[in-house]
Design a protein around this ligand. Structure first.
Ligand code: 26W
Length: 822
């Protein structure tokens, strides 16, 4: 008899084609003849989603039946990137789908490009959350990601006349095939108003909160499939809506306009992602967002617990809740409120449950990034939470007094309320007191956390502090983005390395094999050629794929020092101008990254790079040896193209400023060599790949601190270094700004008279190190050897290792394998 495969689960090429055409007809409502590229993308996305639903539902059922201990990752940002390609890889059906599309006369790559990525994050912190969800699912750990379903994610960046222009990101324009709304599980969140105390029927003191407004949170679920396992966890993002009950009154009293106004006001809460990275701004809407997703998520956890007939006392056994930076730190007060006010628990019991539940990850030491809310604003929006915070603080400071008697300075530094001037609520302090584990994101960073921003908390609770070095997922950032290198590696050592990245060590032996080196280099060349074609079509600039691809892609920030990279370009340019036949290793300088819309200096740096490119790219003396390109709208989709094409990865932050970095890992996994400072995870990358395979320069964290303490004078470097002076003078002269000496003056003045990030102090060391890079690249065979060794030794930086660390040391949670029933 003829076996017909099910249209929604079958994996044969014939079934995949039939299912695809069926979805095109019944979901998109199109015949192939009239279908757009987007219709095809949607039909394919639904075909893939169908194939993962069985895993998703079985996973949910298993977790429910086994009452499995679950990780809840609370994050204001999830920078997921496109789902389609990743799901094909994790389902293990990439090749089948590719063939099915080819047989239908379609190009899978084109369809993949069609996906509008959910850019619900700014940079490192949001992308880390996404990598962690991938690894949690791959390691079969029960986990939920909780966040906000922003209607507008990070802005799209355009470049006009060299300047950044922000365009709203309408990622939901054509619908989102990966999410399913769950209106049954909507919850309500309260804001404003006042509190009233009363004595309940058991004679207990209780508080009732009478809010000014109530907003509904509607959950949207996206499946997060692990790599070649049956586990499909959930990313649950909350969308804000008006509550029916709330606008009903106004509607009935004839205030139609008021009712609709109130409704759109509520929906503002999940409207847009704040585009600031490492720069805190005390905006009420931002606090409303934080409270919104935190309260929705905690209520959801309580619902899950109760649905499984578990007592509230079991909360910390059922859930381990991780706070991704302080953005969700209000959870400490909100869980206390839910347990006491909504579920009648007493303080001591509620506090015990709360502190056993949370862990807090710190992602930055920059003082301007530390969240603190003006007390007045906070109290008006969250009148009940401020009462709870005062009580937490009162009890906490009593503990401090006992441990450190007669130390008023310490008390005021540790207090949850900053009372040194205008009063503020300090969110990092709340996170520290309310959590049982506190971690930094790289070894160096975790040490600095203990010695600087959280020093007093370290003195108070040393046992809470630990390190978990960041990692990235090799599924997205190697397998999906670099299929050619993936096949080469797999042809030598099999494909176990994809789940056990340490096994990449087994390609070390091939670093000595000339044939392997040749193939490795050919692949890098081919990928560079692809990127060159892309650059040509996007910018009309021609870049030479045999030149050294020197790449810096990340958010634009003074501490990341994109302008130090720019100074090096000008140095090389000056050398050519002084001697047009100078021996210069041909280089292509590529930049990408967004600046916070209100960050003037970062936007000027973008203009600066584009202006250098305008001059350098057309100067006949340069004769194509140097090219400078700023690629607009750097995002996950583009990142996947860029990492595999790099020869050199720029990780040049001032030592002590970059908490970890994760781009550094993605580059190195793809065989780029790093030029970098001893900062963040660079330190550990260098340890792993070997000092001889890493280009190190610059001051150490201690040297930076010492130099600043001694009264750093950048102008001294300018005056004593001829080469540096010529570089700065060339900028100041208006050479890169059509003679306008004013355009870059803020940049130049800042460097000469302030230079907070010590570019001038590190300048010569950077230039010398870049010269070594240029020399090394001339011996391409040796370079390729170093490149192979970088890839081979990056096992530590798989996010699987990071997640194992979290599971063992912080979350105390174990895998729950999923069996597939129908
Ligand atoms: C309140 C404003 C604000 C917004 C975002 C302050 C701080 C942030 C983030 C914490 C910034 C961020 O993304 N930090 C990066 O986190 C990565 C993941 O741990 C690290 O690799 C980066 O070094 C760190 O800059």
């Amino acid at each position: 008899s003829v076996q017909i495969e099910d249209d929604r689960t079958g994996l044969s090429i014939e079934t995949l084609k039939r299912a695809f055409l069926d979805n095109l007809f019944y979901i998109q409502g199109k015949f192939p003849a009239l279908a757009s590229k987007n219709d095809y993308y949607m039909a394919l996305a639904y075909t893939v989603r169908d194939r993962l639903l069985r895993r998703w539902l079985n996973t949910a059922e298993t977790y429910t039946n086994t009452q499995a201990r679950t990780v809840c990752y609370l994050s204001a940002e999830f920078l997921m990137g496109p789902h389609l390609g990743n799901n094909l890889i994790n389902l293990g059906i990439y090749d089948q789908i590719n063939q099915a599309m080819t047989e239908l006369g379609l190009d899978l790559n084109e369809l993949l490009q069609q996906e509008e990525e959910p850019g619900l994050g700014n940079g490192g912190l949001g992308r880390l959350a996404a990598c962690y969800l991938d690894s949690l699912a791959t390691l079969e750990i029960p986990a939920l990601g909780y966040g906000i379903r922003y209607e507008f994610g990070i802005f799209d960046q355009e470049i006009r006349d060299g300047w950044q222009v922000e365009i709203t990101d309408k990622w939901l324009r054509y619908g989102n095939p990966w999410e399913i709304a769950r209106p049954d599980w909507a919850v309500e969140v309260k804001y404003g108003g006042h509190t009233e105390s009363f004595i309940d029927e058991h004679g207990n003191y209780r508080v009732r909160w009478v809010p000014f407004k109530v907003v509904k949170g509607l959950p949207y679920d996206t499946p997060i499939l692990g790599y070649k396992v049956n586990t499909a966890n959930t990313l649950r993002l909350w969308s804000a809506e008006a509550t029916e009950s709330f606008d009903f009154g106004a509607f009935n009293s004839g205030d139609y306009f008021g009712a609709v106004h109130q409704k759109s006001n509520s929906e503002n809460i999940s409207k847009v992602l704040y585009p600031n990275d490492e720069q805190y701004q005390g905006k009420v809407l931002r606090l409303e967002q934080q409270m919104f997703f935190v309260s929705c998520s905690l209520q959801d956890m309580i619902r899950i617990l109760q649905m499984q007939n578990m007592s509230l006392e079991k909360f910390p056994e059922k859930f381990s809740v991780q706070l991704n930076d302080t953005h969700p730190a209000i959870a400490v007060a909100e869980l206390m409120r839910l347990l006491m006010d909504e579920h009648g628990m007493q303080w001591d019991n509620a506090w015990n449950i709360t502190t056993r539940t949370f862990g807090y990850t710190n992602h930055t030491l920059l003082p301007e990034a530390l969240e603190r809310w003006p007390l007045k604003l906070f109290s008006e929006l969250l009148p009940r939470h401020i009462e709870i915070i005062y009580e937490i603080n009162r009890r906490f400071l009593d503990d401090v007094r006992i441990k450190f008697p007669d130390d008023p300075g310490r008390l005021s530094r540790l207090s949850l309320i900053d009372e040194s001037g205008e009063k503020y609520v300090r969110m990092a302090n709340l996170a520290c007191v309310g959590s049982s584990a506190i971690n930094g994101v790289a070894a160096l960073h975790s040490e600095l956390v203990k010695q600087t921003v959280l020093k007093d908390f370290y003195d108070m609770y040393p046992e809470k502090f630990t390190n978990v070095t960041n990692g990235v997922t090799p599924r997205r950032f190697v397998v999906l983005s670099n299929p050619r290198m993936t096949s080469l590696i797999t042809s030598k050592i099999g494909d176990n390395w994809i789940k056990h990245l340490d096994e990449l060590r087994r390609i070390e032996q091939f670093a000595d094999d000339p044939g392997f080196r040749y193939e490795f280099r050919q692949i890098k060349q081919a990928i560079k050629q692809d990127l060159a074609n892309h650059i040509k079509s996007e910018t009309d600039v021609e870049v030479d794929p045999s030149s050294l691809f020197d790449i810096q892609v990340k958010r634009i920030h003074e501490y990341k020092r994109q302008h130090l990279n720019a100074l090096h370009i000008i140095h090389l340019y000056n050398r050519i101008k002084a001697n047009p036949s100078a021996e210069i290793t041909p280089r292509t300088f590529l930049f990408g990254g967004k600046a916070a819309p209100g960050y003037y200096m970062a936007k000027l740096i973008i203009k600066f790079i584009n202006s250098i490119g305008e001059v350098v790219n057309r100067d006949p003396d340069v004769a194509g040896r140097l090219k400078v390109v700023f690629l607009k709208d750097y995002n996950v989709k583009f990142a996947q193209r860029v990492y595999p094409a790099a020869d050199l990865s720029e990780q040049i932050s001032t030592a002590g400023k970059e908490a970890s970095g994760t781009g550094n890992m993605k580059f190195s996994m793809n065989g780029a060599l790093t030029i970098g400072t001893l900062d963040g995870a660079n330190v550990e990358i260098r340890e792993e790949v070997g000092a001889e395979n890493f280009f190190l320069f610059g001051l150490t964290t201690e040297e930076v601190a010492a130099k600043k303490a001694a009264g750093y004078r950048p102008i001294d470097y300018y005056e004593s270094n001829n080469d540096l002076r010529q570089v700065i003078d060339r900028i100041a002269s208006g050479f890169f700004s059509h003679g306008d000496t004013g355009l870059f003056r803020p940049l130049v003045d800042n460097l000469l008279h302030k230079d907070e990030y010590l570019l001038l102090a590190d300048y010569q060391s950077y230039i010398d190190c870049q010269e070594q890079v240029s020399q090394a690249y001339r011996n391409w065979d040796h370079w390729t050897r170093m490149s192979i060794l970088n890839t081979a030794r990056m096992g530590k930086f798989s996010s699987d290792r990071s997640i194992r660390d979290y599971c063992q040391n912080i979350w105390k949670v174990q895998p729950v394998p999923i069996e597939l029933k129908d």
